[in-house]
Design a protein around this ligand. Sequence first.
Ligand code: GN1
Ligand code: MG
Length: 362
Amino acid sequence: MEQVLKAWSSIGEVVSAEAFGNGHINSTYLLRTQTEKYILQKINTNTFQDVQGLMNNILQVTEYLRKQITAFGGDATRETMQVIRCDSGSPYFTNADGNCWRMFSFVADSVCLKKARTTQDLFECAAAFGKFQYLLNQFPAENLSETIPQFHDTLKRYRDFQQAVQQDKLSRAVLVQQEIDFVCKREQDCGVMLTMQREGQLPLRVTHNDTKLNNVLLDQNTMKGLCVIDLDTVMPGLAANDFGDTVRFGANDCAEDEPDQSKVHFLPQLYRVCVQGFLQQAGQTLTEQEILTLPWGAKLMTLECGMRFLTDYLEGDHYFKISRPQQNLDRARTQFTLVRQMEENWEEMEACSKEYLLEHRR
Ligand code: GN1
Ligand code: MG
């Protein structure tokens, strides 16, 4: 790391560096100098192969957000991420070993939660991502590179899953036949929103695509949503998917990798809170059809994420970081339990959208 830090000599002497956060992909560190804190990240270049394109997206999006936030009277130094360029002026540094690193300023007096402690925490998370989408409503999407092609193409994720089952490189398929069957029964579901989008019923928007609670900072004093982070997957996408991934992660009472499925509960009352938070901010820019497909966003983001975890388990855990064996399998099982319970609560989920429309559109 010493060699890496030389590329940012302008921040002064770094007195400590510690591992930070819970991301599954990049490696994150908190740095302290005598006076300031910074976030240093090693970019996972297996996942993000076009680092130039990735950083270019982040620079464009944060610059645009800074203007928007200022125009709305906010504090742009705290409400969006800020890239700290290297001494050379580049937004990232490539080490002699080929690893790519980047730095962000640390948002003071903010917290990042692993799990919502109160209903309000989840509301704030959904609202922060709703506002993110609202602020980027007019952003020229054609300027963004696709950092991970077909990221939320659920049908492609299904095909990747099928391939992993067929190849069965580690002979694990026999251990997870139930889970495999669960996914196969839902093949038709995977294409529902993609078809609507292709047919012009759902617009593409600039979306975040990874809207879990730990990708938003809350103000430590007010516990209000403050700053959306992890901008690696900002790309054109569907509004309902941004809503849906917040639900996947937050509208339950369990950890993402809970091993005991009897402890996994999808909570419809928290689903409702997500609808309220997201639509409070993004509602006015969304079409009726987008609002009606919110339940699909929740179900498909959860199913897709479960498929991705299961695929990774079958392929030998090379994509998502794990800290114990079977963690990806537990993550997958938890997602499937949540999907089943969403199906059981489908009418209530649909009712939330309908009630919103009745109240706001007629
Ligand atoms: C990854 O990087 P992180 O931990 O915020 C993943 C998301 C998954 C999520 C599951 C680039 O997000 O797509 O939904 O894990 N990010 C990427 O927790 O694949
Ligand atoms: Mg993250």
